[in-house]
Design a binder for this molecule. Structure first.
Ligand SMILES: C[S@@+](CC[C@H](N)C(=O)[O-])C[C@H]1O[C@@H](n2cnc3c(N)ncnc32)[C@H](O)[C@@H]1O
Length: 277
């Protein structure tokens, strides 16, 4: 009998700020864009170990709101709960935090409830065939007049195939079988079209960040220190980079140095609104 595959997020213990080279300046801008006000109801869907709440409370310790951290990985939620409990106490912040272990495709939540839904590096975790359902689910839980803020890989036709191949190879080498099977990245225009189809208006790109991918940052975080895996990934990247057109190669600033390959990808932050009527 075929064994069901393990959810990689029950073992993936990566610090995304390290593997994605996320800077505190990126978080400053993102948190400003969230613009969370006292008393708001907020949910972070696919929120992992609460990287957003952690940054938020450090920057705005006085803001008190209702925060739901929803994730399909119990391991991620437990990691989040440990970190967040310490910070709530440290900053004496009275926000209410709930840890919701749910599959985003089967949300058990109140309709029209949230002022703000956050999706950071999450939408691509859902297979293509369920994407529409997921986005309709998200639309259902936002209050009329509420908003969704998405932090996504910023992908256009020229770098889409290269980016998705690079990440898929990393997931294969890291043994994240569920990610290899499930992940489906969206081109920016497909993302906007899906959001508009679900009923969101004012789909607007607020920010673009640099995503400085350094392959060596994955060595300990994702390859358990296995240099052979890093070398195999690096070799694969340099091989497929040859298929890129000259302009894309220049834009991506691909550089190989010792054990590391650097690529300058982008992240996009989008704002979507649910109309009042
Ligand atoms: C790349 S991580 C991003 C985590 C977090 N948003 C961050 O950026 O720090 C993606 C998260 O989505 C969660 N996830 C994947 N599929 C899911 C699903 N169907 N329902 C709920 N969460 C899911 C994973 O467990 C993981 O924590």
């Amino acid at each position: 009998m075929k064994q069901p595959i393990l959810n990689a997020y029950e073992i993936r213990n990566a610090d995304y700020a390290v593997v994605h080279s996320e800077s505190e300046v990126d978080f400053d801008q993102f948190i400003e864009a969230l613009d969370i006000k006292n008393g708001e109801k907020v949910i972070d869907v696919g929120g992992g170990y609460g990287s957003i709440f952690i940054r938020l409370i450090q920057r705005q310790p006085q803001v008190s709101f209702e925060y739901d951290l929803l994730d399909g990985g119990l391991f991620q939620l437990k990691k989040g709960e440990e970190k967040i409990s310490i910070l709530l106490e440290k900053y004496d912040n009275p926000s209410t935090v709930r840890y919701l272990h749910q599959d985003a495709l089967e949300l058990n939540l109140q309709a029209n409830h949230y002022d703000l839904v956050i999706c950071k590096m999450f939408l691509h975790e859902i297979p293509q065939r369920y994407k529409k359902d997921l986005i309709n689910n998200l639309f259902g839980i936002v209050k009329p007049g509420g908003r969704v803020i998405v932090w996504n890989p910023d992908l256009e036709e020229n770098d889409y195939h290269f980016y998705t191949s690079v990440i898929k190879k990393k997931d294969e080498l890291a043994g994240y079988e569920s990610l290899v099977q499930n992940r489906h990245f969206l081109l920016n225009h497909d993302f906007c079209a899906l959001m508009e189809e679900a009923g969101f208006t004012c789909v607007e790109k607020l920010l673009t960040f640099d995503y400085h991918l350094h392959t060596v940052n994955r060595l300990n975080e994702e390859f358990s220190g296995d240099k052979m895996k890093l070398q195999e990934w690096n070799g694969y990247i340099m091989q497929i980079a040859q298929q890129l057109d000259e302009q894309t190669r220049e834009t991506l600033q691909i550089k190989s140095l010792d054990d590391d390959i650097y690529i300058n990808f982008k992240r996009g932050v989008f704002l979507l609104e649910k109309p009042l009527v």
